[in-house]
Design a binder for this molecule. Structure first.
Ligand code: PBG
Length: 307
């Protein structure tokens, strides 16, 4: 009765990895309970997540082919547009968000195009990211969430969507996304590790708070409808500072490393999985997050219902 913070299934967004093929349910070794799923299996799993009370999923695509410009990322026949259409057809009440980034689709694994010198080319990447966002929205996505961290991509995406008559589709910006070691397991799941270098030229520097607030403010000026902080647990102060600075909803992404560490320690018998997971999630809510993207979404929803 006197709890100051509540945690409920409707606070969660479940990230899902979709692959080509039929009847594929391939476990991600570094992320217990998380699978790469083909379209048919995706529908089953998303249906179970939705039935558990989780209103939204966010999709990441793993294409069969990759190239220097990430063509399969903005192909209307690509894996993510097909997954969106299928989910919206079979589970119309489920909110489907599409992550927008090139790293799963480029052969070099960076989040944008490269210059001849092998540097990430911010400005030439923008039209392709905007195109990907439009293709996903046209396929039926309820929201698009750019995670690439190129400067100016929120405006580019907003303009492209508005120009295509998709002005009602919200842009959820990964506004404060840090260059984090906690993304390790995700890069296995999404097969998106850069083949050279790292992402420090476009993702944020962990010691900085004011820079996060500047990024968030810029993204809102460019038209972001919701902003995200990522990772979540090691950045609770950033979540709090962003919550106190902006008026749009704030989401936080409990990333793969945060999730897998809790599982690994629990597998060793060092901590209790359920209690630790729920405590990590309530801490993120207490810090000020309105929504949490988490791989615990379904389990946590079940645990909360069991009481
Ligand atoms: C990039 C992207 C990443 C994550 C979400 N979108 C990885 C990265 O920036 O390398 C990480 C999510 C996680 O670790 O769970 N498209």
């Amino acid at each position: 009765m006197v709890a100051e913070t509540r945690l409920a299934p409707e606070d969660f967004v479940y990230p899902m990895f979709v692959v080509e093929g039929e009847n594929v349910r391939h476990e991600v070794k570094s992320m217990p309970s998380v699978h790469q799923l083909s379209l048919d299996r995706l529908v089953d799993e998303a249906g179970a997540v939705h039935a558990a009370g989780v209103p939204s999923v966010i999709l990441f695509g793993i294409p069969n082919t990759k190239d220097a410009t990430g063509t399969t990322g903005y192909d209307p026949e690509g894996i993510v547009p097909r997954a969106i259409a299928r989910l919206k057809k079979e589970l119309p009440g489920l909110n489907v968000w599409a992550d927008v980034c090139l790293c799963e689709y480029t052969d070099h694994g960076h989040c944008g195009l490269l210059t001849a010198e092998g540097e990430v080319d911010n400005d030439t990447s923008l039209p392709l990211l905007a195109r990907a966002a439009r293709v996903y929205a046209e396929a039926g996505a309820d929201a698009v969430a750019p995670s690439d961290m190129m400067d100016g991509r929120v405006r580019a995406i907003r303009n492209e969507l508005d120009g295509a008559g998709l002005d009602q589709i919200p842009v959820i910006s990964y506004a404060a996304k840090y260059a984090s070691a906690f993304y390790g397991p995700f890069r296995d799941a999404a097969d998106s590790a850069p083949t050279f270098g790292d992402r420090r030229a476009y993702q944020m520097d962990p010691p900085n708070v004011r820079e996060a607030l500047a990024e968030v403010t810029l993204d809102i000026e460019e038209g972001a409808d919701m902003v995200m902080v990522k990772p979540a647990g090691p950045y609770l102060d950033i979540i709090r500072a962003v919550r106190e600075t902006v008026s749009v909803p704030v989401a936080a992404y409990q990333v793969s490393g945060e999730f897998s560490m809790i599982h690994a320690a629990a597998q060793n018998g060092w901590i209790d999985l359920r209690r630790t997971a729920l405590e990590s999630l309530v801490g993120i809510r207490r810090a000020g997050a309105d929504l949490i993207l988490t791989y615990f979404a379904k389990d946590a929803a079940d645990w909360l219902r069991e009481g």
